[in-house]
Design a protein around this ligand. Structure first.
Ligand SMILES: *Cc1c(COP(=O)(O)O)cnc(C)c1O
Length: 369
């Protein structure tokens, strides 16, 4: 049987950059904990996206958690959060014993709806922070969202886990708010096998995040702690993989874009099928090529037809306010996210896909019409 075609799976550089950096860590015995690769990966990523500082962490989830902590979100505080996302965006709100309020998306961006956000502020003016997601690499309308958040003087955390390498009006997603986070989980556009990054222009807060991430050890010969600590730091081996992957990020974005354009050209004309919205101001990283169906062919038909040929596809993420675990929390919006979940399909968008693979996918899909 042919190899499985994945939604998005690890793709190391053809040049072997990752292994060179990992080898350096081995040669110097700097396997752990910290070392050159961690420091350089932070610098290189901050430079790439254009922030003053970055903290390399064990996951994107850890980065969100520490961003919330930096924003002083604690017990009983309200945090607005995009509902159309992966659960890792919302879980850290619960880690901090805070209360999420889920905000709907709009058709125009598939991301946080500024109108619903405004409505949420009217209902909960005491809100402590907002987490805005850039789903599938598409950017949220950051000008509008930042304008509203500034008016209410609230901390903004951008979950750019899926959108590294993408831009909004020429500026990297993840760099508009007070904090941005990226993920290097195995399915992301670049991966370290697992890891994350917290970025900010506030160097002091990034230093604090590094402190919390290494068990909050005070300056003392003996182990001394005045604050709760976490074991959230990235290892030097993992950071070596990240440095190598960062070198091919632009190439990976190009390939993701090629995949999206290929699908659009081949499938865009099919009755009832519409692709994810790419706005004028948006330069996505096209992490996952996604679409919605409103005709006779249903998402399940595509999932089944592709699965029969050992090809992965998935529904659009199930909104957080519909998840059993988060059901009890408030939701503001008209239910656009619910409709996207019902009608949506994520097509395989793996950067290792060949022309043959792409033709195979589009042929199978077209046969359903
Ligand atoms: C993957 C992902 C995360 C979590 O990143 P991890 O590194 O896996 O912890 C957070 N938010 C979104 C939207 C994601 O897709």
């Amino acid at each position: 049987m042919a190899d499985r075609i994945f939604l998005s799976s690890p793709h190391m550089s053809e040049e072997g950059y990752e292994q060179q950096y990992v080898q350096e860590a081995f040669d110097t015995n700097w396997i752990a904990p910290l070392g050159t690769n961690v420091n350089e990966f932070e610098k290189e990523l901050a430079e790439k996206v254009g922030t003053k500082a970055a903290a390399a962490l064990s996951s994107g989830t850890a980065a969100i958690h520490l961003a919330l902590k930096a924003a002083e979100v604690g017990e009983g505080d309200i945090v607005f959060c995009s509902t159309l996302t992966f659960s890792a965006t919302a879980n850290p709100i619960i880690y901090q014993n805070a209360t999420p309020v889920f905000i709907d998306c709009d058709e125009k961006t598939w991301n946080m709806d500024p109108i619903a956000l405004e409505e949420a502020f009217e209902k909960y003016p005491e809100v402590k922070a907002v987490i805005v997601v850039h789903l599938y690499g598409l950017s949220a309308d950051m000008d509008k969202i930042m304008e509203i958040c500034k008016k209410y003087n609230v901390t903004v955390i951008e979950d750019a886990a899926e959108s590294l390498g993408g831009y909004y009006k020429g500026q990297h997603t993840g760099t508009f708010g007070d904090y941005g986070i990226y993920s290097f989980n195995g399915n992301k556009i670049i991966t370290t096998s697992g890891g994350g990054m917290l970025v900010s222009n506030n160097e002091e807060e990034i230093a604090r995040a590094r402190f919390w991430a290494t068990q909050s050890r005070d300056q003392a010969r003996h182990y001394q702690h005045s604050e709760l600590g976490f074991n959230y730091r990235m290892s030097n081996v993992v950071a070596g993989i990240g440095r190598g992957q960062l070198k091919v990020l632009d190439k990976r974005v190009q390939k993701k874009k090629y995949i999206y354009e290929y699908y659009k050209k081949e499938l865009g004309h099919l009755e009832g099928l519409s692709f994810m919205p790419v706005n004028d101001w948006d330069q996505p990283n096209y992490w996952l090529s996604s679409l919605t169906l409103s005709g006779a062919v249903k998402p399940i038909d595509i999932f089944n037809a592709l699965e029969a040929e050992n090809i992965e596809s998935r529904p659009i993420w199930k909104p957080m306010h519909m998840q059993p675990f988060f059901e009890e929390f408030d939701f503001i919006g008209e239910g656009v996210s619910e409709k996207l979940f019902e009608k949506g399909v994520c097509l395989p968008s793996d950067t290792k896909m060949t022309e043959y693979d792409l033709t195979k996918v589009t042929t199978i899909v077209k046969e359903l019409w």
